[in-house]
Design a protein around this ligand. Structure first.
Ligand code: PAF
Length: 284
């Protein structure tokens, strides 16, 4: 594995991979790597890609400075983890390389307005503008590639897909299944902040989602069921939604076909998110 820190080196290695007839597989992260990231790397390797993993804590996607300063930073561990996971190029760009004007405002922003303003966007204004802007930059530097994103951040995946479509990036976006621990809890760097009791309560997120998936009921009943189950587990619910997979708008009770159930809830002050695919049946 080679470690790079400048945009120039990063652009050059991606170009050499393409010149050698290889496909570049980009795994974009903010570091604090865990097995969920390793599963994205595995998927890229299974596809035969030259795997380039970027680790950059992007300040533009944090609206709360305290949240940004609390974000775990484990650069040495990340480098080792990436090496052991089979990454070819570990790219850890400096803030100066990514956003030379920061903390002054960067004049260019990519915004996927309506998709970024709902769900996670309600409590985190500007978050998805920050995500879309940095991902656009990662794509611009990497060039044509396959980019791997976890379905855990389902809204992010939908935002990125739409940006790629609207701006015609030569990037194939690959959505990868959520990686769960044996107890069903979706992997997240935030899980480390939970006590054993909090961890036990966190199981309610996936429990509520599975119940909604299997309920065979109209969307409004599935939402109510999730809210009730999360409340029963003493979780503070931010949202429990059933949405259209492309527009992220709440589906109506007469909708049928594929949809997504998403929840966000606080456990011991830690905000956790999770989601599952659901199929809404035609109702007579
Ligand atoms: O999912 C993340 O870790 C980040 O939002 C991403 C895609 C790396 C952009 O900073």
């Amino acid at each position: 594995m080679e470690t790079l820190s400048t945009v120039r080196q990063w652009r050059a290695v991606a170009q050499s991979a393409r010149d050698a007839g290889r496909r570049v597989g980009l795994v974009a992260t903010m570091g604090a790597l865990h097995d969920g990231h390793a599963s994205l790397v595995r998927r890229a390797r299974e596809n035969g890609d030259v795997v380039l993993l970027s680790a950059f804590v992007n300040p533009r996607q944090f609206s709360d400075p305290a949240d940004l300063s609390r974000y775990p930073r484990t650069p040495e561990r990340d480098e080792e983890f990436a090496r052991a996971s089979g990454v070819d190029f570990f790219v850890s760009p400096t803030l100066e390389e990514m956003w030379p004007d920061f903390p002054a405002a960067t004049l260019t922003t990519v915004s996927v307005h309506e998709l970024g303003d709902v769900l996670e966007g309600v409590g985190r204004p500007g978050h998805f503008d920050g995500v879309a802007s940095v991902v656009a930059k990662l794509f611009a530097v990497t060039g044509p590639c396959r980019a791997y994103f976890g379905e855990k951040d389902f809204q992010q995946l939908v935002v990125v897909r739409r940006m790629v479509r609207d701006l015609a990036f030569d990037v194939e976006v690959v959505g990868c299944p959520i990686h769960r621990d044996a107890d069903g809890v979706a992997l997240s760097s935030r899980n480390a902040r939970l006590s054993p009791a909090g961890r036990e309560r966190a199981r309610a997120l996936y429990g509520a989602l599975r119940a909604a998936r299997d309920a065979g009921a109209p969307a409004s009943e599935r939402r109510a069921l999730m809210t009730r189950l999360l409340g029963d587990a003493d979780l503070e619910v931010a949202y429990a939604e059933v949405v259209d997979v492309d527009t992220l708008r709440a589906v109506r009770d007469d909708a049928h076909g594929p949809a997504r159930a998403l929840v966000a809830a606080f456990v011991e002050g830690v905000r956790l998110i999770d989601n599952v695919a659901i199929e809404l049946e035609t109702r007579s």
